[in-house]
Design a protein around this ligand. Structure first.
Ligand code: GAR
Length: 199
């Protein structure tokens, strides 16, 4: 039986695309049963629609009350019988109801070696800019469980990426992103096979 994944994505959606393709190629023993985006114009949402994946735009525009947004998101995930929630470039906090219902079943990818370069306001290119500004010699990718705080849940996997002398934030981001795609896939498959055991 394939595990039912729900993916949450805000923007470009390259991690989401890589996971959808991995499901289609049977690299992942899973299927994506819903894609939720807080951004109606996101490439993530249009890609998922084109693939015939069930999609929903859910944000403070569709649900101005945060508690209602949380409940509506949880209802959508349940309707799609989602077993594992995957954040793939999703830049919003998950609501309390959704967190409680999927405790230990929500995972995220972050483009640094957490706890370094994590927390509120530290996402996407901002992470790579900070790494370059601080003259770090290495950075990397973290896959972690999601709890109520930004980037603080238990780490499931990490991989180091070296910072080259001539790197700028853009060249570094591109190398880190390629590692994200591989490590996310591998980590999810380990969860599905039971070689990574969620709490
Ligand atoms: C990725 O680099 C992801 O790690 C990062 O946003 C990018 C989304 O790219 N996420 C965070 O910074 C979360 N705190 P994508 O939309 O192409 O997958």
């Amino acid at each position: 039986m394939k595990t039912r994944l729900g993916i949450l994505a805000s923007g470009r959606g390259s991690n989401m695309r890589s996971l959808v393709e991995a499901c289609q190629n049977n690299e992942l023993d899973a299927e994506v049963t819903i894609l939720i985006s807080n951004n109606a114009d996101s490439p993530a949402l249009s890609f998922a629609k084109d693939q015939g994946i069930n999609t929903a735009h859910m944000s403070s525009i569709t649900h101005p009350n945060p508690a209602e947004l949380d409940q509506a998101m949880l209802n959508k995930l349940k309707e799609a019988r989602v077993e594992l929630v995957i954040l793939a470039g999703f830049m919003k906090k998950i609501g309390q109801h959704t967190l409680a219902a999927y405790q230990g079943r929500i995972i995220n990818v972050h483009p640094s070696l957490l706890p370094k370069y994590g927390g509120q306001g530290m996402f996407g290119m901002r992470v790579h800019e900070a790494v370059i500004d601080n003259h770090e010699t290495e950075t990397g990718v973290t896959i972690h469980l999601v709890d109520g705080e930004y980037d603080q849940g238990a780490v499931l996997a990490q991989e180091i990426v070296k910072v080259e002398q001539n790197d700028d934030a853009a060249t570094l981001a591109a190398r880190v992103l390629a590692v994200e795609h591989c490590l996310y896939k591998e980590t999810i498959q380990k969860i599905l096979e039971g070689s990574i055991i969620l709490p």
